[in-house]
Design a protein around this ligand. Structure first.
Ligand code: GLY
Length: 421
């Protein structure tokens, strides 16, 4: 971690909290420099409609969604035009087709949506074999008397609605999963056996420095990735996905000129999760919440933590009671910090980004930490006539670490590790 506890206490609103002083949502570090300064500060109250706010992985799909919105298209349909981009992309392993699978090698997807104008919601959790779960969540809303369907029932509903069953596990994601299985082969029968020329005894009693052991682990993994047929340029990324199973998600909220607003969130969840695990993304009020009278919010990051603070709902309610989008988001982040009693030893493994859009067009992107690493800040994507990425405002100075804890990454490997994004 690149800051001391003293720096932390001095530089964040949370420091005031820890010292027993009053903390206000607005007293936070602003994103330093970057594109944020060229545009209105997030949460400043400057409003422009129509506008779409989404996670950074939606940037490439904002133009088509904004065009749809400005031509009078529905706000939820517009938001879905953003999130189906990554859902359809086999190389985006965070959502939809090609999403990283559960521990059994099966892709399970979650999504939820809220449609402001009709005040309705739809959600699906743990869906297998159906790529566009964002559309299926919308179909639950439009074509059933329910709000949430899960598992096999959700899949059968999707098929009934005309969505084709397809194999969502791309060869690339299957190989990353196999690499993950083999990485744990010290304690099961997966991976090269004793008779394999490349078999190595576990290095448990090694007196090598931790960083050297870590480097050795990465090299073994990239070597094994080559044996599994993972293309060279993706081997290091695959090793990182195995060492630090990622959560990948996209949220999008859209607001039209009339002030109608909707939101949607979709994900493949946490890589190598237990079958049946649902994170925050299919949970109305956690991964997404929209109230036509107030605004919309959504989340990406540590799903389990966000469920416990009902993040998206908390943010919308905060705005209802007068907080700016940024203050509302910071308050939700502080609740996550409070749940761990400000324990940085645990919080460094948690991260969360909220995407917030108020009914008047004011917006904010806020995150728990600055970003993934130096030069890799958390970002949101925005289109209000000008498409752009903006750095988030953050609560804690420094960078989150991936779980499980491992020794510090050697600098020469770290510089290649943009895949951590
Ligand atoms: N935020 C995505 C998940 O935890 O599943």
């Amino acid at each position: 971690m690149s800051f001391s506890r003293r720096d932390f206490l001095a530089s964040t609103a949370l420091g005031s909290l820890a010292l027993g002083l009053e903390a206000r949502g607005g007293e936070v570090k602003k994103s330093p420099g970057g594109s944020a300064e060229a545009f209105p500060q997030p949460g400043s109250g400057t409003s422009k409609r129509p506008i779409i706010v989404c996670a950074h992985n939606g940037l490439a799909y904002l133009d088509r969604a904004y065009e749809h919105l400005t031509k009078g298209g529905d706000t939820l349909d517009s938001a879905i035009l953003v999130v189906t981009g990554p859902e359809d992309d086999p190389n985006d392993d965070s959502v939809g087709l090609g999403g990283l699978p559960n521990e059994e090698g099966v892709v399970e997807l979650d999504a939820c949506c809220m449609h402001g104008p009709t005040r309705r919601a739809g959600s699906v959790g743990g869906v297998r074999n159906i790529k566009n779960v964002s559309r299926v969540a919308q179909a639950v809303m439009q074509h059933t008397g329910h709000v949430m369907l899960v598992g096999e029932g959700a899949e059968r509903f999707a098929v009934a609605m005309g969505y084709p069953r397809e194999n969502l596990l791309t060869e690339r994601s299957r190989k990353v999963w196999m690499l993950w299985k083999e990485y744990h082969s010290g304690s099961d029968w997966w991976g090269p056996g004793l008779a394999d020329p490349k078999w190595q005894a576990p290095d448990a009693k090694s007196d090598k420095p931790q960083a050297a052991l870590w480097q050795q682990r990465v090299l073994q993994l990239t070597d094994r990735a080559a044996d599994l047929g993972i293309e060279e340029e993706f081997r290091l990324a695959a090793a990182y996905r195995v060492l630090y199973p990622p959560t990948g998600t996209i949220h999008c909220s859209a607001l039209n000129e009339k002030g109608e607003i909707s939101g949607i969130t979709t994900t493949s969840g946490l890589a190598f999760k237990l079958p049946g695990r649902c994170g925050d993304s299919p949970v109305i009020g956690a991964g997404c919440y929209t109230d036509q009278d107030v605004g919309s919010a959504g989340a990406t990051g540590s799903g389990e933590e966000n469920i416990k603070v009902a993040g998206a709902h908390t943010i919308v309610e905060n705005m209802r009671h007068g907080m700016s989008p940024q203050e509302a988001g910071m308050d939700a982040l502080k609740r996550i910090v409070r749940n761990y009693n400000n324990d940085m030893n645990k919080l460094r493994f948690v991260d969360m980004t909220y995407y917030i859009l108020r009914k008047d067009g004011a917006y904010a992107g806020v995150s728990l930490w600055e970003g993934y690493s130096k030069g890799n800040p958390h970002k949101i994507a925005v289109h209000d006539g000008t498409k752009r990425a903006e750095e988030t405002a953050y609560l804690l100075k420094g960078f989150s670490e991936s779980f499980p804890p491992l020794p510090k990454i050697p600098a020469e490997l770290k510089k290649d590790s943009e895949y951590l994004k």
